[in-house]
Design a protein around this ligand. Structure first.
Ligand code: UP5
Ligand code: MG
Length: 196
């Protein structure tokens, strides 16, 4: 990209916190392109001829973070495609960065984020949501064993990223335990306050 005029908001939160759900609301009401790193990785995994397919599959099942080169490349490609297609340069980057190296690299080579929207959610709530979604999602990681691993990775590897941005005063925290509408009301309040 190398394009500093892009506006990026990172959307973070534990597995099942509601990142995807709230991003869909934001896309409806604001002119953002929603890019979920997890969705991009799953697409790449299923793309015929991908050299990364098997690797991505095993990382996701184990709740591990795919090496950042792959994810950053997928995000950059998707951002460039959107800019070329529509000229839109406003992005919600969902589920990324979830490891410090990714955070530093992305902000260095792509663009610094405006802020991070962080969905703060109790593990018990997230656990229930994921098991419930697992009944129909078809996601290889919506099962008891993978969920446990995803939670551990979130606490050990991804929370430090949130804390890093918090030190920079760039985190907007929203309580994600409430119902969908209530959570979204809080999100909108924050966006208004920050003049997004
Ligand atoms: N739901 C949502 N909000 C609700 C509410 N307020 N009340 C009641 N129910 C609510 O929501 C989850 C479920 O809860 C849904 O059924 C929803 O209807 C309901 P969703 O919006 O999907 O939550 P989200 O936070 O998006 O959960 P998701 O499972 O997508 O989060 P993860 O962060 O675990 O998944 P992601 O796709 O981002 O990553 C998957 C894997 O990819 C990672 O574990 C990792 O292995 C890999 N990955 C990388 O390696 N690198 C990356 O940079 C990104 C991902
Ligand atoms: Mg998601």
């Amino acid at each position: 990209t190398g394009d500093n005029s892009a506006l990026v908001i990172f959307v973070l939160g534990g597995p099942g916190a509601g990142k995807g759900t709230q991003c869909a609301n934001l896309v409806r009401d604001y002119a953002f392109k929603h890019l979920s790193a997890g969705d991009l990785l799953r697409e790449e995994q299923d793309r015929p001829g991908s050299e990364f397919g098997d690797m991505i599959k095993s990382y996701i099942k184990e709740g591990q973070i795919v090496p950042m080169e792959v994810t950053i490349q997928l995000l950059e490609n998707a951002m460039n495609a959107e800019i070329e297609k529509s000229g839109n340069r406003k992005f919600l980057i969902d589920g990324f960065p979830r490891k410090m190296d990714q955070a530093l690299k992305f902000e260095e080579v792509v663009v610094p984020s405006m802020f991070t929207l962080f969905f703060d959610c109790d593990e018990k709530t997230m656990h229930e949501r994921l098991l419930d979604r697992g009944k129909s999602s078809g996601r290889a990681d919506d099962n008891e064993e993978s969920i446990k691993k995803r939670f551990r990775t979130f606490v050990e590897t991804s929370m430090p990223v949130v804390e890093h941005f918090e030190k920079e005063g760039k985190v907007v925290k929203v309580d994600a335990n409430k119902d969908r509408e209530e959570v979204y009301e809080k999100v909108k309040e924050q966006f208004t306050k920050r003049e997004v």
